[in-house]
Design a protein around this ligand. Structure first.
Ligand code: ATP
Ligand code: MG
Length: 248
């Protein structure tokens, strides 16, 4: 599904990613962990097509398509969803209208009809009850005045409404209380199937324990994937931190 080959990225002349190789197959869950500033959010943003980053070398393929010249919108229409570490506020646009627009744009790109008002109501009811979102939440301005946890929950709600092929979740667990963490984890879990993939960035193994029985973990360190493994590697990180990588 996602194939990253020798990706080098810089911003304002500073090298951030230095030769990333990553293969995500349909149905797999991949996790990226790494110290602050190692380039995790940069990698997520570059996959989603954010403009301020400069890809100096390498390529990203999604469903065998080179993403090089595609805008963030075109990438979203292909089925890539990115949840931001710091979501933006959009005053004057309600949660439900934002989602409706996103769904319709993606449908339009595929030559499909607009989603009906009834359909969106049914779908949003189903997904919001799963995420324990109150109905009046739909009519609030996007992210404006949302608490940290509400923002995260809203992002998972958007993701569940859009049904992407690849969901990239950047620290969705940060700032969540214990109950919210469980609810968000449940929401993510309910979206996982054998046709989609998840790339999740987190600092804490706890989120992964709630979420997945199995995953592939990559450690990003100084802009490079220095080691890949599974649950056991996450346990090692939890115990020992990142210092042992420096000494390697
Ligand atoms: N827009 C930007 N302008 C300048 N420097 C940037 C920009 N975006 C990222 N960087 C720098 O790139 C490096 C990697 O940042 P990035 O946000 O990818 O780290 P991260 O691994 O997500 O860290 P964290 O765990 O703290 O979220 C940092 O040194 C950061 O300061
Ligand atoms: Mg980050």
């Amino acid at each position: 599904m996602l194939s990253i080959k020798n990706l080098h990225v810089s911003i304002e002349g500073k090298k951030i990613l230095q030769g990333i190789n990553l293969e995500v197959t349909t149905g797999e869950t991949h996790v990226i962990m790494g110290p602050n500033g190692s380039g995790k959010s940069t990698l997520a943003s570059v996959i989603a097509g954010k403009k301020e980053y400069n890809v100096t070398k390498g390529n990203i393929f999604f469903m065998n398509k080179n993403l090089k010249n595609l805008s963030p919108e075109e990438r979203a229409h292909l089925g890539i969803f990115l949840s931001f570490q710091h979501p933006v506020e959009i005053p004057g646009i309600s949660v439900i209208n934002f989602i409706k627009t996103a769904i319709n744009e993606s449908r339009k790109a595929k030559g499909m009809n607009k989603i009906s008002a009834k359909e969106i109501l049914i779908k949003s009811k189903e997904k919001s009850s799963l995420l324990k979102i109150e109905k009046d939440f739909f009519y609030r301005s996007l992210n404006e005045g949302f608490s940290g946890g509400e923002k995260k929950r809203n992002e998972i709600f958007q993701m569940s409404m859009l049904d992407p092929l690849l969901s990239i979740l950047d620290e969705v667990d940060s700032g969540l209380d214990i109950d919210a963490l469980r609810i968000v984890a449940k929401g993510i879990n309910s979206l996982k199937n054998d046709k989609n993939s998840i790339l999740i960035i987190t600092h804490y193994k706890r989120m992964l324990d709630y979420l997945f029985s199995d995953y592939i973990l990559h450690i990003l360190y100084d802009g490079k994937i220095v080691q890949s493994g599974n649950k056991e590697l996450a346990e090692k990180l939890e115990k020992e931190g990142y210092d042992w990588i420096k000494k390697k």
